[in-house]
Design a protein around this ligand. Structure first.
Ligand code: ZN
Length: 316
């Protein structure tokens, strides 16, 4: 089995916290010592990355989160402007194809936690105008929309949560269930409003953390036409956290007929990585290991690119 280099591997990843790192550590998006930068993404055959704006609510005074969100959005725009030869913001599938044809990284925007826009359905217009493609209903804290996977875990969507989800759907913004409570997940699934995303979650059957998806949740995402991103985050792969342990999550989801659902969601710059990885540059190791197990290129291209493209590349 020949080893495929990064240059012949497509890459579309659903979650990273790099913009928060750029904002608070003064890192450059172009090149940095973290887990992801444009220089490394540029080595792939073609690359698309969802960049989350993220801020832990407890560290900000009440009412200051939307200011922080706007600040990070400015950083996102400024970093893209500085690196206009290497990356461009994309809102549609046509944008992504155009960026990749020009040899640029396609940069998409998401919000990790609706509290960043004060859980306010009226602020969704602003998010849509910024080109936000996906929003986590919660991060780790419960908010006005729902309980989360670690706080008020028994609480599902509130009335405001349902109104928020409906308005997001109207604006073409995909709801992201990574970090959401289990009742919140099922309330959302029952609303039946199009594709559900889990941008960075693994299989709970293999690693019992509530951040991971049960088999029934994965099937519901699959049946919604959505996608679930395999996360390289060690905590959600589980011990001993080798490459094979990561592949077990991938094979578990594939066995649930997940060929058109499973995608990538590294959580780059958001956590410690499995298999002693240090960043996105390690992904060809995963591609090659899966190829060595007999998975063919069309399937790997779906996991590594096409499944997110189908969910996030729709015209709003
Ligand atoms: Zn996260």
């Amino acid at each position: 089995m020949s080893v495929v280099p990064a240059g012949s591997i497509p890459y579309f990843d659903g979650h990273c916290d790099t913009i928060s790192e750029c904002t608070h550590r003064g890192r450059s998006l172009g090149e940095n010592a973290g887990q992801l930068d444009l220089a490394r993404l540029g080595r792939f055959e073609k690359a698309a990355q969802v960049f989350a704006l993220f801020a832990p609510a407890a560290r900000f005074p009440k009412g200051a989160l939307f200011d922080e969100c706007r600040r990070q959005h400015e950083v996102f725009l400024a970093e893209l402007a500085k690196n206009a030869d290497r990356a461009v913001q994309c809102r549609t599938g046509a944008d992504i194809a155009g960026a990749n044809a020009a040899g640029r990284v396609a940069a998409l925007l998401s919000l990790e936690g609706a509290e960043l826009i004060d859980c306010d359905p009226d602020r969704l217009e602003t998010a849509a105008a910024w080109g936000v493609k996906m929003i986590n209903i919660t991060w780790n804290y419960a908010n006005a929309l729902s309980g989360s996977n670690v706080e008020r875990r028994d609480r599902g969507l509130t009335d405001r949560g349902r109104a928020f989800v409906k308005e997001a759907h109207r604006l073409g913004i995909v709801m992201d269930v990574s970090h959401l409570s289990d009742p919140g997940f099922w309330d959302l699934a029952e609303m039946g409003l199009g594709p559900i995303a889990a941008s960075h979650s693994n299989a709970r059957a293999l690693c019992g953390h509530t951040r991971n998806l049960t088999d029934d949740m994965f099937r519901a995402i699959r049946d919604s036409g959505g996608a679930a991103g395999f996360t390289a985050c060690a905590e959600f792969v589980g011990r001993p956290c080798s490459l094979d342990d990561g592949i077990r999550h991938i094979e578990h989801f594939l066995a649930l007929d997940g060929e058109k659902t499973l995608a990538l969601g590294g959580d780059w710059d958001g956590c410690g990585l499995f298999a002693r990885w240090t960043g996105v540059q390690d992904l060809p190791v995963l591609w090659n290991a899966l190829a060595a197990r007999g998975y063919d290129r069309p399937l790997l291209e779906d996991i590594f690119f096409n499944n997110w493209l189908r969910v996030l590349g729709r015209d709003a």
